[in-house]
Design a protein around this ligand. Structure first.
Ligand code: PAD
Ligand code: ZN
Length: 362
């Protein structure tokens, strides 16, 4: 048992507090990680606002990277001293999804992590967001939640591969399988959406149209590969998409906000036979309403994308290799760094749209 400082949300809409918690030792298949950095993702904010329900209290943070401090007796894939990116879908390896090659859809890993009770306070359990809890000096995660990376990769850039970059690039490459020359629209150019933009650029898409309400985000989108930008607050974004694609609409559109209204815009801006990919997480109680006749008559498909449909063991090394080769921007995503006790400011900056990504460094 060790005492660690962690950013805790105690109840929906409560201020985030940095508190001392007890952290238990890793069990046989678990790893103790000293955090180097944790990105601040909108999904953490969804948990604070209650839009994404999860048992509280809980340690925030699911976009982490750090150094292995201790391993359980059965751990084989990582060793003490390894630098690791943390995965928020630890997988069991033996359920139907894992055995059919869809480890990101494993349900058992998450169920297990809910029961893991690694953090406690006065004897009561404090959960860890998505089985990670990376806004803490140390955390304990399953072996399958740790992907080793080379030690020279800066942890404050590497952590972003643990959520925003994998989710965004993976949505393009794995979920939508965008082809060179296809037209793409990205609604929401935040920490995840900018990675959809750079994923589309990697895939050779053209044009790549970014839609946001915030001019600063649109400027960033251009730097990440958008060929056109549309301010959704200044006019009809659907009409703008149609105008840029000869009246047809885009081949593939991505919604990376979590707004039912924008999901509708993305759907309407998709061409006949095209694909609308929903990455943004809408509030748990929200319903999405679409013109039903267009699903068959325009043969449009609407698909969700979880964690960029990633196989983390395969895809983390691929993205790190692209970063090393100068083909994937990570450093440029980090617009502000915060200390753990500045976590409130980090969430305020995210909410205000001031950052591409804010990162808490330890
Ligand atoms: P962010 O706050 O960094 O970015 C959201 C962006 O959307 C901002 O740039 C806003 O300006 C923009 N925006 C807001 N409203 C509108 C609008 N009406 N029209 C156009 N643009 C708008 O958030 P993020 O990038 O960290 O996360 C985005 C979503 O992705 C969020 O819902 C999060 O929960 C979800 C997510 N999903 C997965 C997954 O696996 N599907 C993983 C990680 C995050
Ligand atoms: Zn996230």
């Amino acid at each position: 048992m060790r005492t660690v400082r962690a950013a805790v949300v105690n109840a929906v809409r409560d201020a985030v507090r940095v508190e001392p918690l007890s952290l238990r030792e890793p069990r046989a298949d678990e790893v103790l990680v000293r955090l180097g950095a944790s990105g601040v993702c909108h999904s953490d904010l969804h948990v604070i606002t209650g839009d994404l329900p999860m048992p509280l209290p809980a340690v925030l943070g699911h976009e982490g990277a750090g150094v292995v401090e201790e391993v359980g007796a059965a751990v084989r894939r990582v060793k003490v001293g390894d630098h690791v990116v943390l995965s928020w879908v630890p997988y069991c390896g033996s359920c139907w999804y894992c055995e059919s090659g869809h480890t990101h859809l494993c349900e058992m890993g998450y169920v297990k992590s809910l029961a893991a009770e690694v953090f406690t306070r006065d004897g009561g359990a404090v959960g860890q967001l998505a089985g990670v809890g990376s806004m803490a000096e140390f955390t304990v995660v399953p072996e399958s939640g740790c992907i080793p990376i080379d030690a020279d990769i800066p942890l404050d850039s590497a952590c972003l591969v643990g959520c925003g970059v994998m989710t965004g690039v993976g949505a393009v490459i794995n979920t939508a399988r965008v082809e060179p020359g296809q037209s793409v629209a990205v609604f929401g150019a935040g920490g995840v959406g900018l990675n959809v933009v750079q994923g589309a650029a990697l895939a050779g898409a053209h044009p790549i149209i970014a839609v946001d309400l915030n001019e600063r985000k649109l400027g960033l989108a251009r730097a990440f590969g958008a060929t056109h930008v549309v301010n959704g607050g200044a006019g009809d974004a659907v009409a703008a998409l149609q105008e840029l694609t000869g009246g047809r609409g885009v081949d593939v559109s991505f919604e990376v906000i979590g707004s039912p209204d924008v999901i509708l815009q993305a759907f309407l801006g998709t061409r006949r036979g095209g694909k609308t990919v929903v990455v943004g997480v809408a509030p748990a109680t929200a319903m999405v309403s679409l013109p039903g006749f267009l699903l068959p008559l325009a043969e449009k498909s609407l698909v969700g994308s979880l964690y960029g449909s990633a196989d983390m063991a395969r895809d983390v090394p691929r993205l790190i290799a692209l970063y090393r080769a100068g083909k994937l921007k990570l450093d440029e995503l980090v617009t502000r760094r915060f200390a753990l006790n500045e976590v409130g400011e980090a969430f305020a900056a995210l909410q205000a749209g001031d950052v591409a990504r804010g990162v808490i460094t330890f």
